[in-house]
Every structure is written in structure tokens, then in C-alpha cells.
Design a protein around this ligand. Sequence first.
Ligand code: CP
Length: 338
Amino acid sequence: MMKFTGANILSVAQFDRDAIEHVFRIADLMEPYAHRRKRTRVLDGAILGNLFFEPSTRTRVSFGTAFNLLGGEVRETTGMESSALAKGESLYDTARVLSSYSDIITMRHPKAGSVSEFAEGSRVPVINGGDGANEHPTQALLDLYTIEKELQHHGRTIDGMHLCMIGDLKYGRTVHSLSKLLCAFKNVRLTFISPPELAMPDEIVALLENAGHQVRRVDNLSGSVDADIVYQTRIQQERFASQEEAAQYRGRFRLNSEIYTRHYKPNTVIMHPLPRDSRAEANELDNDLNQHPNLAIFRQADNGVLIRMALFALTLGVEHLVSRYDTDVIWYSDKANI
Ligand code: CP
């Protein structure tokens, strides 16, 4: 099994099935802390360097929240312009310096491969929070954890499921990482729906087929799709050469209540890594599904805290000590009922 203590988390390729399931079972143990029934000080005194050189809401804040929930402190750097990278400093030098100020570093950067390059200069573990269109391993783990939980309600498992991914499958790093992670499972059916120009890359399709999965790539949503999960994505406008080019694809694949009812079976779970583009010209996941019980997007985002807590506990080697340092929560919290 993968050795977690002291490891960098850079790619989903590091995870075999045992490692994935180990992360999930540690994430389960984090529920009382994330839901404010208990608090733990297991990382009291530890410092997270949370470096985000690209916009983020969920990943940045949930990394910070997860670390705080384990009792640690968070130091943030957001935006390239507010760091010495804007003065030409290398990723190696930045890593060498910041890693002496922190016990662990989380990082997002617009360039593919940049987080691995940074990790070479770091003296503490580095966790990839997204590097360009390449990978987003913690998102893939939380997505798969969500899939496992949602399918459990319907008596189904990841093995044998049918997953439909829709939208920008070329530039979407979450769909790349999730697809690669699925190679550790069995007999998965995948339907990739996108414009041909934004199709899932050939090398990822080859990985899936080599793992024994059935893959279908199509450019339109026609007829019914007997998917267990529909995973909708945003057009990644920040990765296109021009905004005009991105605009050609916005709004091409929408999901709303009427389309959902027409094309999917009644218990198909709806996922999206978020943010969803809610502008009228895009609106890939309509607000008219907000109250639908199969809409899992906010449960999915909540699970990010559990998964990131698990990864911090594992990489800092304290996963077996979390409950030893816990106490009851004494303030009012409605989350205790979650
Ligand atoms: N899913 C995700 O990566 O969201 P953010 O860009 O808000 O971090």
C-alpha cells in the first residue's frame, strides 16, 4: 500500500485501490469534526502554507478549513501578483523558502506540471490543488467518495456503474483526474458527451480501455442515457486561446429539470465539481434542479472537507491520533444534526 506519511500528493496515478479506500475510511472518521459534534487539536502548532496562484473558492477554503478543523493554522498566499513569482522568482526557490515556514503546502497554479516542479524544491509535503488542465487529485478523490456514498443509497457500487461526463472534457482537469482514478475499479461504463473539439483526450480513453472499462465518446445528448451518475462540467474559459473561442461552446450542453426528466432514469445522481457558470449564455446546470433530491453538488463540495482532512492527517502521520486529541464542542451548532 502507498506510504502516506511525508508523501506529496501530486497525481491520482499514485493511488491504487487500497490507497483510495484507505483515504475514504479515514475521511469517514472525520465526520464528527467536520459536522462540529467534536473538535480535535491533533495538528496543534502545525502550519499549512495555502498557495493559490489561480482563482478558487472551494479548494482553497476547504483546504484551510480542513487544516483548522484538525487544530492547525493556515497561512495564505493568493494571486501571482502578490508573490515574488511576479518578480521572476523560480518555483524551486519559492518552494525552498516557503517550505521552511510551513509543515505542509497546498498549491494551485495555472501551468500543467508546476506543482510537481514546486515539490522538487519543497522540504515538506506538497498537495496539488490543480495544475492547469492537468490534474486535480483531491477533487477526484472527493468526487469518487461522493459517488460511493450516493450509489450506496441505491444499493450500487463504483464497480459496474455507468458514469456520464458532459461538457469541456479537454480542458477540465477534474474529469481527467476522476477518469484516471477509475482505472483502479472494475467494469465501469463511461459515456463522454462533448463537442468533438473538447473531447476527452485519447490517452485518457486508452487508460480506461486498458483497465477494461467500456468507453463511448459522442457529441450530442440524444435518447435516454441509463447513467447512474451524470457529471456536468463548465466550459473552462480560462484555458482557451480567446474568449470568443470559449463563447462558441457555452450553453451547448445544458442540464435542467426538463432535460433531466427526458434523458435520465429517475435515480440518476447529478454531480458538478463547481463552480457552475450560472450566466444565461452558459447555465450548464440550471437552478430549477436546486431542490431535486438527486442533485449532489453541495454534498459533493461538503465532502471536500472530509477528504482533505483525511489527506492532511495521513500525510502528517496522525490519522490514528485524531480522536485521542478530541473534546466535545460546547457552542451552539446546527451542523450536529447533519
Ligand atoms: N472544484 C473546484 O476546484 O472549485 P474551486 O475552483 O472553487 O476551487
